[in-house]
Design a protein around this ligand. Structure first.
Ligand SMILES: *Cc1c(COP(=O)(O)O)cnc(C)c1O
Length: 350
């Protein structure tokens, strides 16, 4: 790729940031990467100061929701080296999402050279406190305009980053959804399409009104099978076995999910990737064999669930010693932050 044009900010916000009190995705770094697609091809990427974007009211992103995103993190180790975790997986998934939304696919060079240049320029924005990281948001959205319901002829690829503190989810109480669906066969549930999340908000609000924090999505046809936990993959532990559903049209292929499967196997934990029913979970709860339930995703790595509700009844998860969730989180974050060796070759040095 040709050398990237960089326009540095004249007003760095870095000094005003309290790195000891970072939220999650609420403070934004000084720069962003942008690359536009027009006349049938992706142009040159450039780095600009983080700023607002001007679009026509007729831009198709507003009307037809042609937009996708990725979520990844950069970590700093004690020697100030910068690391990414399995970024190739995010690149591949971005293009998988692009294809499903009729968005032109992006070249690997634009993604990786752009991301590396951005991380070098905004290196001081990557926190190194334990649990902190630079959250990275690559997005592609339709900038081309017209009211005609067809794919746009212009798009923007953009990467924005946000220094973020540890993601504390607290005691998560979830509601097993019996009415709404996150995704359907033949749909876009496997893609990180912006609209998937908009469609989750209302059912999630209803669950919050009932005293829960999050929704557990079930299959759209029968609502009998457990599929995901909010915008995370889900794992349950029955006795000593870790179980998660197989990826499909409806279940997103999470990088954290597949990393957990590999780590659990390497720890000698029995892992089953298979469909599982709400009834199996409830039976296990009643017998006392349901030991753990947790969400898995880049933001929190693992997010333990303390209780779940189903048809008006609440079921508590037991408090156990040495949960898999803690062991797995520790192993993954140690690899991510270069605190342990990396037997799987997942770390990527920037
Ligand atoms: C992003 C996402 C996940 C988690 O994917 P990671 O690659 O682990 O961050 C799981 N489910 C849904 C619906 C998602 O959007």
């Amino acid at each position: 790729m040709d050398s990237l044009k960089i326009t540095r900010t004249q007003h760095s916000k870095l000094k005003g940031v309290d790195f000891n009190n970072l939220g999650f995705g609420t403070t934004f770094s000084d720069h962003m990467l942008v690359c536009d697609y027009k006349h049938g091809q992706w142009g040159k990427a450039e780095i600009l100061p983080f700023q607002s974007i001007s679009l026509m009211p007729s831009a198709k992103i507003f009307h037809y929701g042609q937009s996708i995103f990725e979520g990844m993190k950069a970590y700093k180790d004690q020697d100030e080296n910068t690391w990414l975790f399995r970024p190739e997986e995010n690149f591949k998934r971005l293009n998988k999402s692009a294809k499903r939304l009729a968005i032109p696919e992006l070249s690997k060079a634009v993604f990786f050279e752009g991301l590396k240049a951005l991380l070098k320029l905004d290196n001081a924005w990557i926190p190194n406190a334990p649990g902190s990281s630079l959250y990275i948001r690559p997005i592609i959205f339709a900038t081309g305009d017209g009211f005609h319901a067809s794919p746009a002829d212009a798009y923007r690829f953009l990467i924005a980053t946000a220094p973020s503190g540890p993601y504390f989810s607290g005691q998560v109480k979830v509601l097993i959804e019996q009415t709404y669906s996150r995704s359907a066969n033949g749909g876009v549930g496997f893609a990180k399409a912006g609209g998937n999340y908009a469609a989750q908000f209302y059912p999630t609000q209803l669950a919050i009104e009932k005293g829960y924090n999050q929704v557990i999505w079930t299959d759209d046809t029968t609502h009998e099978y457990i599929e995901e936990a909010g915008a995370m993959n889900i794992f349950i532990r029955i006795n000593d076995t870790l179980i998660t559903g197989p990826t499909s049209d409806r279940i997103l292929d999470g990088v954290t999910r597949k990393s957990i499967i590999d780590i659990a196997k390497s720890e000698g934990i029995p892992v089953e990737v298979r469909k599982f029913k709400v009834s199996e979970v409830i039976n296990a709860s009643q017998k006392g064999s349901l030991k753990e339930m947790f969400g898995a995703g880049t933001a929190a790595v693992v997010s333990p669930i303390s209780a779940y509700g189903f048809k008006g009844k609440d079921f508590e998860l037991p408090v156990i010693e040495n949960p898999y969730a803690s062991l797995i989180k520790k192993r993954i974050t140690s690899i991510q932050t270069n605190k342990s060796d990396d037997p799987f070759g997942w770390r990527f040095k920037v």
